[in-house]
Design a binder for this molecule. Structure first.
Ligand code: SF4
Length: 447
């Protein structure tokens, strides 16, 4: 299995891998050992689509030389664009994000099997707990009922479907029993959880119930500002094991651009949400997503984004160049900006972000908090982990020799990293964790 894209894809890959293993397949780490390779794809920007083409270019050669069977799943598979790629590169199995549990049927015939249906079975399927994962993922809803004009997701993943809360809590029980110390609740818009189903709890109530599971840490991603209610903010503040960390995508600081993007809020409204969060949780860590150079964005619009950035003072931000995706309203109706304009603005925003991250991280020096340590860092004298605020933290390897949760005092900060000293061992795990923070890249070999 080769996984591209977001955490929801990583979760879906785990789900399909678990099906393959149940059918007797053996997962192997290299394409050379495999007789079936399934690529989980992303379609939100042009770059991942180009990447998929290049991967399938290589795989097609192997198909011809050693009879490899090829599969494509995920967001790109759902689109006409992806199906054209699948035809060109002779893909045998194509599964849309709603048809993943058909993997067994797909492999029964050894022939061509394409399914793009949005089926219900995927939402009630309780994924077996991932083994050896310190931080586990749990999808609570799929699809989206918002209509941001730049976004392809409502087409690739369909309208919102919330999973049954009993299924979510049952899956969580398995995660806790498997020894994971953190769960990340996933969805296109986790905070609109339940709005599509009468009788389902709200996201705030679900979060409360997840908090009661006893898992040491709860995080969630991603959220739409319009659905971030006061009740959700209060539950985060009142529930000890819910991390005081909120990722709240703003995308732009200009009301004119936000309107063109179909984001449904104004910059002022967004700032008031942040104010409310900080009024009840002064210590909350806030990160965001920003699209730079959206179609029609003027220099004055971009200045408003910089102003909003300063007004919030984000701990960290994920910044992207606007990538016009065929099939989206913004692609059809607005003209793209020249690439050099977008790149130059992105550079300025990155500089602003570095300034704020350095400022925010330096303010943590001398403070003490809990860090989830996963294993050796790139530099072997350190162990690497992350804080409840999602900072990357390095601790001396001798002080945190086993994966787990440690209390640490921060001694040094850079814009992208914190360094510290262990002050207390809170909890260690008895297993050697798999690489928990990056997408899995592996291949499946049918036994
Ligand atoms: S909220 Fe907007 S950006 Fe997010 S998935 Fe829905 S349509 Fe896409």
């Amino acid at each position: 299995m080769i996984t591209h894209g977001c955490q929801m894809n990583e979760y879906d890959s785990h789900l399909v891998e678990s099906q393959l293993v149940a059918l007797g397949a053996e997962m192997v780490r290299s394409v050379d050992e495999a007789d079936f390779v399934l690529v989980n794809t992303c379609a939100v920007r042009g770059k991942p689509v180009d990447k998929v083409k290049s991967v399938f270019g290589d795989l097609r050669k192997l198909k011809h030389s050693k009879g490899l069977m090829l599969g494509m799943m995920g967001c790109l598979a759902q689109l006409e664009e992806g199906q054209q790629i699948a035809k060109k590169y002779e893909v045998d199995v194509l599964l849309g994000p709603g048809a993943l549990l058909d993997i067994g049927r797909a492999l029964e015939g050894n022939g061509k099997f394409w399914n793009l249906a949005f089926k219900d079975d995927i939402n009630s399927f309780i994924a077996p707990p991932p083994q050896g994962r310190l931080s586990a993922m749990l999808t609570i809803q799929r699809g989206c009922d918002h209509h941001c004009t730049y976004c392809i997701v409502p087409q690739t993943r369909g309208p919102q479907v919330s999973r049954d809360p009993d299924d979510i809590l049952k899956e969580l029980e398995g995660i806790v029993a498997a020894g994971s110390l953190e769960v990340n609740l996933l969805g296109q818009n986790v905070n609109s959880y339940g709005l599509d189903r009468a009788g389902f709890p709200s996201f705030a109530e679900l979060l409360r119930r997840v908090g009661r599971s006893g898992i040491p840490r709860v995080k969630f991603t991603t959220s739409h500002p319009m659905d971030f209610t006061d009740e959700i903010i209060d539950v985060i503040a009142q529930t000890a094991n819910v991390c005081k960390y909120i990722h709240l995508p703003v995308q732009s600081g200009s009301d004119r651009v936000l309107k063109r993007m179909g984001r449904e809020y104004t910059a002022q409204w967004y700032l008031e949400r942040i104010e409310r969060m900080r009024s009840v949780m002064p210590e909350v860590f806030i990160t965001t997503d920003l699209i730079v150079g959206f179609a029609g964005e003027t220099e004055s619009d971009f200045q408003q984004t910089l102003e909003l950035y300063d007004a919030v003072g984000y701990d960290q931000a994920y910044m992207y160049l606007y990538s016009a995706r065929p099939g989206t309203p913004s692609y059809a109706h607005f003209d793209d900006l020249p690439k050099e304009v977008k790149v130059e603005r992105l550079q300025r925003l990155i500089e602003r972000q570095k300034h704020w991250s350095q400022l925010k991280n330096t303010a943590l020096v001398g403070k003490e908090f809990e860090v989830l340590m996963r294993g050796p860092a790139y530099e072997p004298s350190f162990m690497e982990g992350h804080s409840s605020g999602h900072h990357t933290v390095l601790l001396p390897a001798g002080q945190a020799p086993i994966a787990g949760i440690y209390k640490a005092k921060i001694t040094h900060a850079t814009p992208h990293m914190l360094f510290g000293e262990v002050t207390q061992t809170v909890r260690q795990v008895s297993f050697a964790p798999m690489q928990p923070f990056s997408p899995v890249t592996s291949s499946a070999s049918m036994g």
